[in-house]
Design a protein around this ligand. Structure first.
Ligand code: AMP
Length: 386
């Protein structure tokens, strides 16, 4: 089956056409500046599609230019927030679209854009099966003691304030691949998955299910990220509010100006590692803070899963930065974790073991592929519905 995978943002639309069985990308692209122009081309016209429907026309034209005539079997949407309702990918109909829309308050930047993408497809191809794949769904197995914040119950019951977790599609996909690499049925996999990209989260996996994860009510909680602070004392926000900062100021500072960028002046891990190796003290400190925070979570999650059988690194930094993996592993000696310097230094796109034979548990690098995971989930839902 050919699946069009859509990641619809407020002003951008990312797409891939995937051959699910082959696991291959047939074509991909990114339409930007949606809503900022009026179609482009003529006199005085500004570049950029008017809306998501016009963006979709551009996607359709690009796909046909690249691939000629082809039959798409379904569209798979990346949807950020599935709230408490969605624990699995679902076939989209009007009721589901409205349900996703009702979750807008929980993800005000993302869910409305996802709905625009869904409605654009519905208008253009009314009979096309569409599937929503939720970033939060894999974490619906968190036990209550892991998803509760210790605040008055009313915040949960009236406002839905609890921990949801994100990056679920990636954590689930990597869990399956890691179990396969270790020759374990996924139901027997207990481990810790560190998804380290520009956004970063770590998940505790027990019996193949998520039992804790570092992101919470929003993707801000947890690890030190490219531009996000991760955990901090919430009283800091009260302090800043009293000092005259607006909610928008605080939001921007925590989500866009913090993390590696705040500490080292740069959100790109490659640059921070290079600067540190060249003797830059701020960069070295940023790496120390970031690796220390992650190591603390890994230690905690080792306990949460009753003894991890593996530690897995994935995403941009996890897959590519042997230096950062080394810094984290150095802090995990108490768990008996030991990397093999040669295996850790190798470059490969294949899932692999990078620890020594003496390491108490294997350490793996498993490349993630969220679009393939969405395409597979979409094909599975459509097949079982058909
Ligand atoms: P992602 O969000 O998964 O695309 O990951 C982005 C992050 O991965 C950025 O911080 C990049 O600097 C980092 N990254 C990508 N390639 C490398 C590399 N070869 N070495 C170190 N970091 C890398």
């Amino acid at each position: 089956m050919l699946v069009l995978v859509i990641n619809s943002g407020s002003s951008s639309l990312k797409y891939q056409v995937r051959d699910v069985a082959a696991g291959s990308v047939l074509t991909e692209g990114l339409i930007e500046k949606i809503g900022m122009g009026n179609g482009g081309g003529g006199d005085g016209e500004i570049e950029g599609p008017r809306d998501h429907s016009e963006a979709l026309e551009q996607v359709d034209a690009a796909i046909h230019r690249e691939l000629g005539e082809l039959e798409l079997g379904a569209v798979g949407h990346r949807v950020v927030h599935g709230g408490e309702r969605f624990a699995e990918p679902v076939l989209i109909d009007n009721e589901i679209t409205r349900a996703i829309e009702r979750l807008n308050p929980l993800a005000p930047l993302h869910n409305p854009a996802n709905v625009l993408g869904i409605r654009a497809i519905t208008r253009k191809w009314p009979d096309m099966p569409q599937v929503a794949v939720f970033d939060t769904a894999f974490h619906r197995t968190l036990p209550e003691h892991a998803w509760r914040y210790a605040v008055p119950d009313e915040l949960y019951t009236n406002h839905g304030i609890r921990r949801y977790g994100f990056h679920g599609t990636s954590h689930e996909y990597v869990t399956r691949r890691a179990a396969a690499l270790l020759d374990l049925p996924v139901e027997e996999f207990d481990g810790v998955i560190a998804h380290l990209g520009n956004g970063a989260s770590v998940t505790a996996i027990q019996g193949g299910c998520s039992v804790d994860t570092s992101m919470g009510f929003t993707p801000l909680e947890g690890l030190v990220m490219g531009t996000r602070s991760g955990d901090l004392d919430p009283s800091i926000l009260v302090f800043l509010g009293r000092a005259g900062w607006t909610p928008e100021d605080i939001d921007t500072m925590l989500n866009r100006e913090s993390g590696l960028k705040g500490l080292a002046g740069n959100n790109d891990m490659r640059s921070v590692v290079e600067a540190s190796e060249a003797g830059d003290a701020r960069a070295a400190m940023a790496l120390a803070v970031t690796s220390y925070r992650l190591a603390k979570y890994i230690g905690g999650y080792h306990v949460a899963v009753g003894g991890a059988k593996a530690l897995v690194f994935t995403a941009g930094i996890g897959e590519n930065s042997h230096q950062f993996r080394g810094l984290v592993a150095d802090r995990l000696a108490a768990l008996g974790i030991e990397l093999d310097a040669v295996l850790n230094g190798e470059r490969s796109k294949e899932p692999r073991v990078i620890s020594t034979a003496q390491s108490a548990i294997p350490v793996l690098v498993v490349p993630t592929d969220e679009e393939q995971a969405i395409a597979e989930a979409t094909a599975a839902v459509v097949s079982s519905a058909g």
